[in-house]
Design a binder for this molecule. Structure first.
Ligand code: TYD
Ligand code: MG
Length: 454
């Protein structure tokens, strides 16, 4: 039999090695390695001497014989939240809300808890902040509600014991990283403790029918601090992000066993907490400029079309290797479209520096913005604005053809709402009746007709 080797495991980040090390190469912590002895095999190999007659067999079931159990979802009344979590929270589920420090996780969770407390019993464990601090925030948010009960206990066993005894409908823990497990040798927030806490909370949720929402920090790399494995252990993971200029907070599901993961919710941080922004496009449209280099394009996030301004500045380069400073879309998408323009329209963009961004600091993906990028580049190059109140919705192929895009009618309905008058689309794009003027384009050669020759 092969000799089983002793391994060493970092108690901070779970890194494994065959040699003992003083400093962990993964998390750079010192003196964190523990020896792991190989488990001694306790059972004999299956098929040899397994005493199958001692284990009672299970009974197999047909799914059609299982009674239907339609569970009522839990609604908070904060619509952006309810939509992103999949149409209300599924009872007995275990959710994580995560995001950078200071982004507003505690604020959002307190507001949600307050709304949920109107119909459910909610226990809120603040493991990071004292009850004084929580009270100050609650006063600011107008969330003083006698039905919402608080504790600053951070011991996981105490939290679980309390929940098992009182059986609240909803249990909130802010944050899971600060929960401590008594008797554990690792520090609170270490991978081992996080996994153990998540495992115990998941059991509590399923066995006692308690809905659990916890907050979790993320690291600089954008992962939930500690293990990515935590994501696999819970029912749903939501990120609260805020990268744009208006400090809009975006709530995004990255995993949801009970809903889609594409929905986006928008909030704005105000003096009285996070307020819903039901129509984010109003923000975008307010700031739309009618200037050379600006083109309006749209992408679909979840069920919502977002209307975004693409901005380009092209300028004759003084460098041997012209600059390409691109943010908001994939670098190669802009470079490719610049190459298509150069090849077919004989416009020497390769001798120009190109600066490109998406307004508001948004990051977008997808080829439906190809036409918008091309028109934005040409508009800056020709130093002429595109027609006022126009939007570009099309893909561009490598052969320079403008191609139709999917879900065009969703984009068009949204554009109509905001007074868009002209649509630039592919020649064979099918569109339902619209009040906008539809300008059909066959290939990139036709793009030049939008600009007058000087
Ligand atoms: P917080 O919810 O504590 O963030 P997290 O739990 O993600 O670390 O939010 C902290 C920030 O929000 C802080 O910088 C202050 C700001 N804030 C407001 O602007 N308005 C408010 O009503 C509240 C409660 C916080
Ligand atoms: Mg917090």
């Amino acid at each position: 039999m092969a000799k089983q080797k002793i391994t060493y495991n970092c108690t901070q980040c779970d890194y494994n090695t065959l040699r003992w090390l003083g400093c962990c190469p993964e998390c750079n912590e010192w003196d964190t390695f523990k020896e792991i002895k190989p488990a001694t095999p306790t059972s004999t190999p299956v098929g040899k001497h397994t005493p199958t007659h001692t284990v009672p067999p299970t009974v197999m079931t047909q799914l059609s014989s299982i009674p239907d159990q339609k569970q009522q979802r839990i609604f908070s009344g904060i619509q952006e939240w309810d939509r992103v979590v999949g149409g209300g929270i599924m009872p007995s589920s275990f959710l994580i809300l995560t995001g950078d420090p200071g982004i507003g996780k505690s604020t959002l969770l307190l507001q949600i808890s307050n709304r949920l407390a109107a119909q459910h019993t909610v226990y809120y464990f603040s493991t990071e902040e004292s009850l004084q601090q929580v009270k100050l925030r609650a006063e600011r948010l107008g969330c003083i509600n006698d039905k919402l009960l608080f504790s600053d206990q951070a011991s996981l066993h105490t939290i679980i014991a309390t929940a098992q005894k009182d059986k609240p409908d909803i249990l909130i823990i802010d944050s899971i990283q600060n929960c401590s497990i008594s008797g554990a040798q690792s520090l609170p927030g270490s991978v081992g403790q996080l996994r153990e806490s998540a495992f115990q909370l998941m059991r509590l949720a399923k066995e006692q029918n308690i809905t659990i929402i916890v907050t979790g920090h993320i690291t600089k790399e954008g992962m939930i601090a500690g293990p990515k494995t935590l994501e696999h252990m819970v029912d749903a993971v939501f990120y609260l992000q805020g990268e744009d200029r208006w400090h809009t907070r975006m709530l995004r599901a990255v995993k949801n066993r009970f809903g889609t993961i594409n929905e986006l919710g928008f909030f704005e941080m105000q003096h009285n907490g996070l307020q819903e922004v039901p129509n984010i496009n109003e923000h975008f449209m307010r700031e739309l400029s009618h200037a050379p280099g600006s083109a309006l394009a749209s992408i679909i996030e979840g069920s919502k079309p977002l209307m975004l301004e693409l901005q380009t500045l092209t300028i004759q380069s003084k460098l041997a290797m012209p600059q390409r400073v691109i943010s908001g879309v994939e670098h190669k998408q802009v470079v490719l479209i610049a190459a298509i323009i150069e090849k077919y329209l004989k416009i020497k963009l390769s001798a120009h520096d190109i600066f490109f961004k998406v307004s508001g600091g948004f990051k977008i993906k997808g080829s439906a913005t190809d036409l918008g990028i091309a028109l934005s580049l040409l508009s800056s190059y020709c130093q002429q604005p595109l027609p006022k109140r126009s939007i570009s919705l099309g893909e561009i192929s490598l052969t320079g053809q403008i191609k139709p895009i999917n879900q065009i009618n969703l984009f068009v309905r949204e554009a109509e709402k905001f007074g868009i008058e002209t649509l630039f689309v592919a020649k064979n794009q099918k569109i339902e009746k619209t009040s906008c003027k539809v300008h059909r384009l066959h290939n990139v050669y036709e793009l030049l007709s939008l600009f007058t020759e000087e």
